[in-house]
Design a protein around this ligand. Structure first.
Ligand SMILES: NC(=O)c1ccc[n+]([C@@H]2O[C@H](COP(=O)([O-])OP(=O)(O)OC[C@H]3O[C@@H](n4cnc5c(N)ncnc54)[C@H](OP(=O)(O)O)[C@@H]3O)[C@@H](O)[C@H]2O)c1
Length: 231
C-alpha cells in the first residue's frame, strides 16, 4: 500500500487509520470537514513531512467530491477508505420516524461515498492495489438483524452495503476491489465508552484485512477481525 485516502479522519476510527498508515510509511490523504491548524491531523502532517496531507471534505456538500478530485489531480490512490459517517439525531424507532432525517442520513452515509468513488475512480485505477473500502456497519446487515430499531442508521448502512456490492460488479472489469466493512463496536464518540473494543484493535484488524484484500474479496462484507458477515 503506497497511498490511501481516508474520510472522517479527524477523530475516531478514521484518525486511528490515518495515524497507523502514516506510522507504516504509507502516504496519507486525511480528510476532515473542519480544518483546524492546531489539531491532531496537523500534528501528524508535521511528523510525516511530505507524505501526510490534510484535505477538506464535507460529505453533505455536493461539490466536495469534485474538490477532492481537483486537489488530488492524477495521484494514484491505492485505497479509498470512505469512513466518514453519522448516526442521525434521534435514533429513530417505530412510532418516531422522520422521513427527512432518514433521507439526510442516507445522503451522508451512503450517497456521499458513492459520489466520492465516482469522482476518484480514475485515481484508484491508476494505483497498484485498486481498493475501495466502505465503512459500513453490522447494523446494515439484513441477514444479521435480530433486534429492530434505529431505522435511519440501518437504512443508511444497508444502502452502503448495496452500493459496495454494486460497485464491486461495475468496477471489477477495471481491476478494482470493493469491500464493505464493519469496524466492530468501537469506543469512539459514536460507539460510546461502553463499546467492546478500542480504536487500535479495530484499525489493526481492518488494516490486516486491507493489506491482503484483492479480487477474491470483491463484493463481500467483512468484520474487523477478517470474518465474513451476512448481507
Ligand atoms: N464506533 C462504532 O462502534 C461503529 C460501529 C459500526 C460502524 N461504525 C462506522 O465507522 C465510521 C467511523 O465511526 P467512528 O466510530 O469513528 O465515529 P466518530 O468518532 O463519531 O467519527 C465520525 C467521523 O465522521 C465524520 N463525519 C460525520 N459526518 C460527516 C460529514 N457530513 N462530512 C464529513 N465527515 C463527517 C466526523 O467528522 P466531525 O468530527 O466533523 O463530526 C468524524 O470524523 C462511521 O461510518 C460509522 O458509521 C462505527
Amino acid at each position: 500500500m503506497k497511498t490511501v485516502l481516508i474520510t472522517g479522519a479527524n477523530r475516531g476510527i478514521g484518525l486511528g487509520h490515518a495515524r497507523r498508515f502514516a506510522e507504516r510509511g504509507v502516504a496519507v490523504f486525511a480528510t476532515a470537514r473542519r480544518i483546524d491548524a492546531d489539531d491532531e491531523l496537523h500534528r501528524l502532517a508535521h511528523a510525516h513531512p511530505g507524505r501526510f496531507t490534510v484535505l477538506h471534505y464535507d460529505a453533505a456538500d455536493p461539490e466536495a467530491p469534485a474538490q477532492l478530485k481537483a486537489a488530488l489531480g492524477d495521484t494514484p490512490v491505492d485505497l479509498l477508505l470512505a469512513n466518514a459517517g453519522a448516526t442521525g439525531e434521534s435514533g429513530q424507532a417505530l412510532g418516531n420516524i422522520h422521513v427527512d432525517g432518514v433521507l439526510d442520513l442516507i445522503r451522508t452515509n451512503a450517497l456521499a461515498p458513492l459520489k466520492l468513488v465516482e469522482a476518484l475512480v480514475y485515481n484508484i485505477t491508476l494505483s497498484e492495489r485498486k481498493l475501495v473500502a466502505l465503512q459500513s456497519s453490522r447494523m446494515g446487515s439484513i441477514g444479521g438483524n435480530t433486534t429492530g430499531g434505529s431505522y435511519e442508521y440501518r437504512l443508511s448502512k444497508v444502502a452502503v452495503n448495496m452500493i459496495a456490492r454494486n460497485l464491486a460488479n461495475d468496477l471489477a472489469p477495471r481491476g478494482v476491489t470493493v469491500v464493505a466493512l464493519h469496524p466492530g463496536w468501537v469506543r469512539t464518540r459514536m460507539g460510546g465508552q461502553g463499546a467492546n473494543i478500542d480504536v487500535e484493535t479495530s484499525v489493526a484488524g481492518q488494516q490486516q484485512l486491507l493489506d491482503t484484500a484483492g479480487p477474491a474479496h470483491n463484493g463481500r462484507f467483512f468484520n474487523y477481525d477478517g470474518t465474513e458477515l451476512p448481507w
